[in-house]
Design a protein around this ligand. Sequence first.
Ligand SMILES: C[S@@+](CC[C@H](N)C(=O)[O-])C[C@H]1O[C@@H](n2cnc3c(N)ncnc32)[C@H](O)[C@@H]1O
Length: 327
Amino acid sequence: MIKINSKVKEHINFITKFIERGGPNIHEYELIDSWFGKIYNEVKSGVLQVKELKCIRKFLIAVFSVETLIGFTLIKPHGYAGDYEIIDKIYQKHINPDQKFKKWDLYYNAHKASMAVRKRKEYFKNLVRILNKKNNNNSEIEILNIGSGPTRDIFEFLSEDGINNIHFECVDIDQKAISYSKNLCKAFLGKITFHHNNIFHFSTNKKYDLIWSAGLFDYLNDISFIHLVKKCLALLRKDGELVIGNISKDHKTIEICSVLDWIMYHRDKDDLIKLLSECVIQEDNMRIIGEDEKVEGCFNFLHIKPSNLSLNHNSKNNRKINDIFVK
Ligand SMILES: C[S@@+](CC[C@H](N)C(=O)[O-])C[C@H]1O[C@@H](n2cnc3c(N)ncnc32)[C@H](O)[C@@H]1O
């Protein structure tokens, strides 16, 4: 039995009206977005306490099964937010056929945040295609995918693009993610090497043409972010490129993610430029492609090519970074 006060009750009463009639229709999506926004802003301003937010989450967990996207996001059956399974459910636009839940999954899939996750998969596939096209002498292209999750992106590229000379290496800390990917990509296992490892402990003598990471740096604080950028830069071939996807500060995305307990470091372009230029890279040496350019949605893609880089080894933050222990 959940004990609720009047502030919580108001929010629960609002959402219950939609729950009782099987979820929102398309023209009501904005109302649900605003509900998430109201809760988020009330918590931020102190009108609602964190324990009251937890109470609302408990109510949602009691209503939504783990077989729904909202339920899965809140319940976190793998123990952490953004696991390979929820990401793949978003890629595949998972819909629970039960009439009680179907409209809620449709709402979740139509949300800007979910669309952006799907778009980052396309972004990756395009990057790989460009690299493949440029490969005139047909030499082997090496790609490292960090925090590779379900590898739906690699699976689709290999299924759609046929013959190529690309070898993928995937690093993921979650053994279940690796097993899932191996099964998904079983037709292509000759083209992919999997490493079950924490990227902060991963070591290799190899160098890569592309190092890609989406959905990992968003969970790293600034110090770990920079630490990993430096590690990746050292693993690139001369003309190689590091591309990092980081969720932006789009307010609708922050609001729904926060209420559903999917906590990340949202960074906009200026945050990324400031973060990197303080410790590692001057602004001229990076390119950030964000939602207002090629890719609509709420991710920024940070491109760094070490061929034209000068690392700022003497900055204060640099020393701090070398001193830390990263789990
Ligand atoms: C949000 S998913 C992103 C999956 C994939 N990159 C994509 O975009 O579809 C993040 C993945 O990073 C993995 N991960 C988190 N921390 C990690 C670490 N320190 N080293 C390696 N993998 C990590 C998680 O296990 C999870 O599979």
